[in-house]
Design a protein. Structure first.
Length: 158
């Protein structure tokens, strides 16, 4: 038989554990910085071709990524910027839902503002806000393929 004091202590422990679990779910589930990337299906994968190299990109599950993919195929002359990214100002705005990712990863494809497409080829910390469009599945060799100057790339659905 448990005493009233033991029942009270067990109730407090349970409440503390439940609160910790709920807080953890809120923190992990409430972050927009890590927007989900679709599993590799035909509808959620696109490609980037750079000279003879071809890289698969998993699209983020958001309106901006879907709007970008709807415009493919697209050939762009991307400009070098900051020694870690290539950028291109799109002719039309895409939907945006910016967040601060904190760490930019090699292979991240992002939207800065509503029109600036950015492909990162280095990993670094950033305080800027972006809308995630997708991520190169295997960015091995991406930096070398993009080079240190402007580069022509082709985004396509297949």
């Amino acid at each position: 038989m448990t005493t009233p004091l033991a029942r009270k202590l067990n109730t407090r422990k349970f409440c503390a554990h439940a609160m910790g679990l709920m807080l953890g779910m809120l923190v992990l589930g409430g972050s927009q910085a890590a927007q989900p990337v679709n599993p590799n299906t035909k509808e959620s994968t696109m490609w980037i071709s750079i000279a003879e190299r071809r890289f698969a990109i998993s699209l983020a599950d958001n309106p901006a990524a879907r709007a970008f993919a709807a415009q493919l195929p697209m050939t762009l002359d991307m400009e070098e910027l900051n020694g870690n990214e290539k950028m291109f100002d799109l002719p039309t705005a895409l939907p945006q839902n910016p967040s601060r990712p904190g760490t930019i990863r090699n292979g991240d494809l992002m939207l800065y503002g509503a029109r600036t497409l950015v492909l990162f080829y280095m990993t670094f910390d950033s305080s800027y806000s972006y809308t995630r469009l997708g991520r190169v599945d295997d960015p091995t060799g991406l930096e070398q393929a993009l080079g240190q100057r402007g580069v022509r790339v082709i985004f396509s659905k297949d």
